[in-house]
Design a protein around this ligand. Structure first.
Ligand SMILES: Cc1cc2nc3c(=O)[nH]c(=O)nc-3n(C[C@H](O)[C@H](O)[C@H](O)COP(=O)(O)O)c2cc1C
Length: 199
């Protein structure tokens, strides 16, 4: 891949919220997780932990997704145009028919600063976003599961793990994955005021 292709890849990636029902082959998902784990991490602790949900368990999660919508719908109603609000509501109710859900956790411990641990996991999540794109898949990173964090922990059985019980395992986001069934416009970017050059 040359320089131009790399920058074009970053520009072309976008969040997908409508998917074909086609399953994603396991070897493709394995490549996506391998890409995730190429990410840098504080002290190379590789503190990302991923939980993959498909099939009936994925269908079962829909009621949790619907519940997470209740936590954010009021803010979105003020911020989004009515048509986009309705589309987003539908996305939360159906997860856009995506066949694969991934939940990304951080294993935090006293050896690393909290924010460094969190940032490391998000670097892996961005690698997943890009790997999905080159695989012809779409994805949408979702903070919404944090609205019902402890319920998601129980749903996945993560709450039974000793590291969770020691308070070290924390849900950071969901990632919805599948083959895209729409081509949304790229959300505009604002560069103004984001970078300060000191003289
Ligand atoms: C940490 C994080 C949390 C997000 N949470 C949600 C979410 O809960 N629901 C959703 O539809 N999109 C969510 N998104 C996607 C953003 O809305 C999207 O990235 C942003 O609008 C820019 O659009 P783009 O990804 O198409 O470039 C999230 C993205 C990030 C990075």
């Amino acid at each position: 891949m040359n320089k131009e292709e790399f920058y074009n890849l970053l520009k072309a990636r976008r969040s997908i919220r409508k998917y074909k029902k086609d399953p994603v082959p396991k070897e493709v998902l394995e490549r996506i997780f391998a890409a995730a784990m190429e990410a840098p991490s504080g002290k190379n602790r590789q503190n990302w932990r991923f939980y993959v949900v498909q099939g009936e368990k994925r269908d079962e999660y829909l009621k949790y997704s619907q519940k997470s919508w209740l936590g954010i719908k009021d803010i979105l109603q003020q911020r989004l145009k009515p048509s986009l609000y309705a589309f987003t509501e539908r996305f939360f109710f159906t997860l856009g028919d995506a066949p694969v859900l991934v939940f990304a956790y951080s294993h935090n411990d006293a050896e690393e600063r909290y924010h460094t641990s969190i940032g490391s996991v998000y670097m892996a999540v961005e690698n997943m976003n890009l790997a999905c794109f080159v695989e012809g898949l779409g994805c949408c990173t979702m903070g919404a599961p944090l609205e019902i964090k402890s319920e998601v922990d129980q749903f996945l059985g993560v709450d039974q793990l000793p590291e969770y019980q020691r308070g070290e395992l924390e849900l950071l986001c969901g990632i919805v994955i599948g083959y895209p069934d729409h081509e949304p416009p790229k959300a505009p970017r604002q560069h103004e005021g984001r970078v300060t050059w000191l003289k």
